[in-house]
Design a protein around this ligand. Structure first.
Ligand code: NOJ
Length: 542
């Protein structure tokens, strides 16, 4: 055993010990009054991020884009979106992040491009254009695949041929079987790595390889086609090649968005001996409140806890997990997993912070969770921005299948727009001096960075504790009360060092056999013998 291996057998890596904070630039902070968050805005608020003590910033797409999907449709991978600033602003941001002792990973969105990307502009001009084969074309509609955003995944173009888009028609899928495409992607990756970025979050990366026999969707996966799309025949060949050609040449963090990847298949992507990706985002925890059709359903604490035990058992010492409860595709955690009522919002936000920062797996915090932001109540389709929700409106309400009430009841739980509202820095809003691109949550007078200070400070304390205690990073995980309906209690053990975390996931007090040792870090001052509503305690027994 060397110093580079933990007592329980993990190779130590900086990206395993790191805490990551995600910035969705459009909604972070606007420095020039045009209503859109920008890179200079991130520089201006860097102290806020640095003050948490995080190690890495993940920046959602900052590239030139027509914004059909808010930047996840890239027109030019080497250009900063004009609304976000210039390449100089990016370089300054990167330098400021480094000067603050942090690292930066950026979003790699290469399953698809924008239809306005030069490659697609050329590709669609004619069947014999040299770029035709950069995308996936067919002279007929080959199968019944559907877009994740709704409707068919094939669109007929002016030439009469059909092209594949697993997302919006403005997001045509690249043809990864074409070596020139792969080389083009590797080149753009080198471009950013050579600037000094420290890695990538890879958008829907398991979708890159397509089964060109194009079978129809099997009946049982019709509502979850991602489990088909994530299983193309060459995904591992291509990721291994990407690792060999690019990633292995740098010291990077890679985290793949593994939409549609089962737990059983997870090691194929992240087992370090396979040399593909460092980590992936597993979706099971954030799907606990979704039914088979993707719509909201009630969830229970035992179901939620079981996700993490299953995950832990499925991954051996050669695989490293991530932990996240939210991002720009999910509603706000306090409204979803906590209690967003005035009485319990702050305590439940702190409890969720405790969970995030004491679990096994590299933790990802989404902007605004450290302020305790909540969902809003949408009452009119015009209040939404996200194309996914707008498509759902057409498919569900305009088609007459759903009542408006049922639609809002669901979207008020699941919409991605809950997480995309601009950050409220002050009771007045404080995001922009202009008109925000998307309305702030109407509750920003009460819920904002200033009123959320106690939550922010709790995040900072937890991050400092995680950094000081290897057991909270590398320690083995054991759920000691898997069936308890209110309590989530687990141990993190590394050699002689053992932590016990006890969380009351409910708005009522709960009795639990608590140790007599002092609380190391909690979200209440008092140490009663029962846990109060949303109480979170970290003990170091012994
Ligand atoms: C996953 C991203 O997180 C999401 O925001 C986007 O809409 C899709 N991939 C398509 O790029």
């Amino acid at each position: 055993m060397t110093d580079d291996v933990t007592p329980n057998g993990y190779a130590k890596r900086w990206w395993k010990a790191a805490v990551v904070y995600q910035v969705y630039p459009r909604s972070f902070y606007d420095s020039n009054g045009d209503g859109i968050g920008d890179l200079r805005g991130i520089i201006e608020k860097l102290d806020h991020i640095k003050g948490l003590g995080v190690d890495v910033i993940w920046l959602s797409p900052h590239f030139d884009s027509p914004n059909a999907d808010n930047g996840y449709d890239i027109r030019d991978y080497r250009k900063v979106g004009a609304e976000f600033g210039t390449m100089q602003d990016f370089d300054d941001l990167l330098a400021a992040i480094k000067a603050a002792g942090m690292k930066l990973i950026i979003d790699l969105v290469v399953n698809h491009t924008s239809d306005e990307h030069q490659w697609f502009v050329e590709s669609r001009t004619s069947r014999d254009n040299p770029k035709r084969d950069y995308y996936i074309w067919s002279d007929h509609k080959p199968n019944d695949w559907t877009s994740i955003f709704g409707g068919p995944a094939w669109t007929k173009d002016a030439s009469g041929d059909w092209y594949l888009h697993l997302f919006d028609p403005k997001q045509p899928d690249l043809n990864w079987d074409n070596p020139a495409v792969r080389e083009g992607v590797y080149d753009l990756m080198r471009f950013w790595l050579d600037k000094g970025v420290d890695g990538f979050r890879m958008d829907v990366i398991p979708f890159i390889s397509k089964d060109k026999a194009f079978p129809n969707l099997p009946d049982d996966l019709r509502a979850k086609p991602q489990y088909v799309y994530a299983n193309g025949p060459k995904v591992h060949d291509y990721l291994h090649e990407m690792n060999r050609e690019v990633l292995s040449q740098y010291d990077v963090m890679t985290v793949g968005e593994a939409f549609g990847v089962t737990l059983e298949d997870t090691p194929k992507l992240i087992d370090e001996r396979r040399q593909e990706l460092n980590m992936i985002f597993q979706f099971a925890a954030v799907e606990v409140d979704r039914g088979p059709d993707g719509r909201w359903k009630p969830w229970t604490l035992p179901e939620f806890k079981a996700v993490f035990t299953r995950q832990d058992k499925a991954l051996d010492r050669h695989c490293w997990p991530t932990f996240f409860l939210s991002n720009h595709d999910n509603p706000r955690i306090v409204s979803r997993f906590g209690d967003d009522s005035p009485q319990w919002r702050e305590k439940s936000a702190m409890l969720l912070a405790t969970l995030t920062l004491t679990m096994k797996g590299t933790p990802f915090i989404y902007q605004g969770d450290e302020m305790g932001l909540t969902n809003r109540k949408f009452t009119d389709i015009a209040q939404f921005n996200d194309l996914w929700t707008k498509n759902a409106w057409e498919e569900e309400v305009v088609s007459g299948q759903w009542s408006t009430e049922a639609f809002f009841a669901n979207q008020n739980r699941v919409s991605r727009d809950h997480a995309r509202m601009p950050l409220p820095w002050t009771p007045e809003g404080g995001f922009t001096t202009g008109t925000p691109w998307f309305a702030l949550n109407p509750n920003h007078g009460a819920i904002n960075a200033e009123s959320g200070r106690a939550i922010y400070d709790h995040y900072a304390r937890l991050i400092a504790l995680r950094h000081a205690e290897p057991a909270l990073v590398y320690g083995d995980y054991e759920d000691i009360a898997p069936d308890h309906p209110q309590i989530f209690a687990y141990r993190r053990t590394l050699g002689e060092s053992a932590f016990l975390v006890v969380l009351n996931f409910s708005s009522q007090p709960a009795a639990f056999a608590l140790p007599e040792t002092p609380v190391r870090l909690g979200n209440y001052d008092s140490t009663s013998t029962d846990l109060r509503a949303w109480e979170a305690r970290i003990y170091r027994p012994g």
